[in-house]
Design a protein around this ligand. Sequence first.
Ligand SMILES: CC(C)(COP(=O)(O)OP(=O)(O)OC[C@H]1O[C@@H](n2cnc3c(N)ncnc32)[C@H](O)[C@@H]1OP(=O)(O)O)[C@@H](O)C(=O)NCCC(=O)NCCS
Length: 197
Amino acid sequence: MKAGAGRRRSPGVPRADSRRRAASGASAGPRSRGARRGGPDGRRVRVALRAATADDCRMIWEWRNEETTRGASFDSSEIAYETHEAWFRASLARRDRKIFVVVAEAEPCGVVRLDRSGRRAEVSIFLARARHGVGIGPRALRAIARVGIREHLDALTARTKSGNYPSRAAFRSAGFTEAVEEGGVVTMVKPLRLGRN
Ligand SMILES: CC(C)(COP(=O)(O)OP(=O)(O)OC[C@H]1O[C@@H](n2cnc3c(N)ncnc32)[C@H](O)[C@@H]1OP(=O)(O)O)[C@@H](O)C(=O)NCCC(=O)NCCS
């Protein structure tokens, strides 16, 4: 995803009609607040996190190589399965890293990761492209903040490309504030415990 001015639609981002379909899993109808909330007939889509396991390796690799996610990544190259598998296996064994699968209405649809450093952790997130734009991201980010609180973290941080407006909006709506913008990268912060940041 390239940097650009204003809230211009990026090439990889689904248009409103496909976003409606992603929300309902059905054919398009008039766009409503309900559709934006994400569930069929305007029902709020339920989002949960579960710890990733070795069985999730290929599914996560497929999402990671989707064009939109590659465009949003600091390393936008396509990743070979063997490279991903070695990274994933090592990641699951690390104590400073936690990987969760985002589950919306019982369907796995993305990944959120915490990389801990002292009492802070950096968050990264990507969802399957078909599930973008219906509010799953902000809910997953609020859920990871609850994990951070349970882990006694003081704050979460995240970095995103300046031109990644959907990401910036998703983090803002999950309570992150934009702290610094430098070299085409925005750093965002969400304090988790008052008075400890
Ligand atoms: C970033 C991401 C996690 C956001 O999750 P999501 O479930 O799609 O988030 P939302 O549905 O709340 O959409 C985000 C916001 O962007 C808006 N948006 C969507 N497409 C947009 C576009 N092309 N231009 C501007 N805003 C756009 C949405 O309307 C929404 O804003 P709103 O809350 O004001 O309505 C998801 O889109 C994704 O996985 N993207 C690819 C990977 C990525 O960018 N990761 C983040 C880098 S750390």
